[in-house]
Design a protein. Structure first.
Length: 151
């Protein structure tokens, strides 16, 4: 029988669950770490992670997370040449996406290219979908972009 607070049931987590109050209606936070080589791999990881959550996010929120994951990973691959980590985390209030890449360059706002050749749509979309977006430098010279969406 599944019990959300039992130590052997970590809800698709790569880390030990944090203690939760006994009367909490939500399971412990869930986490997933990966290093996708393609945006499609990142979307697959995100779909799998979200499908394992209980309660499940709404279909709309699921699509929002998938879009944010896809855009952050595609931007890292396009502008930094690599994704060093994709981390997904869910708790009772939020869904968090963090992407690490090797470049210190900050994302730039630019006019979207309506011909579709040079993009410019992803970063504004990420900022609209997320409640909060932060860009933090990493000790290795790269950066982490973290987006937090409401659960």
């Amino acid at each position: 029988m599944y019990h959300p607070h039992h130590p052997s049931h970590t809800n698709h987590s790569n880390h030990a669950p944090r203690p939760q109050p006994r009367d909490s209606p939500f399971p412990p936070p869930a986490e997933c770490d990966s290093r996708p080589q393609l945006a499609a791999d990142a979307r697959d990881a995100a779909y799998g992670f979200l499908a394992g959550l209980s309660p499940a996010p709404s279909p709309r929120r699921t699509q929002d997370v998938i879009l944010v994951v896809s855009e952050l990973v595609a931007n890292a691959l396009r502008h930094a040449g690599d994704v060093t980590s994709l981390r997904l985390r869910a708790d009772c209030r939020s869904l968090q996406v963090a992407v690490d890449d090797p470049s210190p360059a900050q994302p730039q706002d630019r006019t979207p290219d309506l011909t579709g050749r040079t993009g410019g749509f992803g970063w504004p979309m990420i900022q609209r979908l997320a409640q909060k977006v932060t860009v933090l430098p990493r000790a290795d010279g790269g950066k982490t972009i973290r987006a937090v969406l409401a659960r």
